[in-house]
Unconditional design. Sequence first.
Length: 135
Amino acid sequence: MNKEKLKYLHNYLYLKYRNQVIIEFEDNKPDDFYSYIISRKVVIPSCTKSHQTEWTLFAFLHEIGHVLTNKPNQKRYLQEYLATQWAIEEAKNIGFDVPNNFIKIYQDYIWKWREKSIKLNGKNIHSKEEVKLIV
């Protein structure tokens, strides 16, 4: 995807979700995206304003997904799954084909958190199949 399209999609997401989600830019490391579910806030690195990539676009989508799909009492793996699945669907809606290696990275991350829940003797853990990303 070319730079102009990436910039357009970043701006589009900002404008589309700025009234539903607080979006802040901070002087974080370039890969330091995060969200706060209760305060409905997404934080993205300031450098993304001038340097957009496919990775920053999907990370931005993912963090918006956390705010729009998560509840504070959900297990972490489920939060990650719901945010990522939402991001994949929204990416389709805006015409962004998420690279397969991004899907693999996020899927592995979800399953890592699922395994941690199992090790901590969590109850009602979803099967791997139930939290498999659908592209």
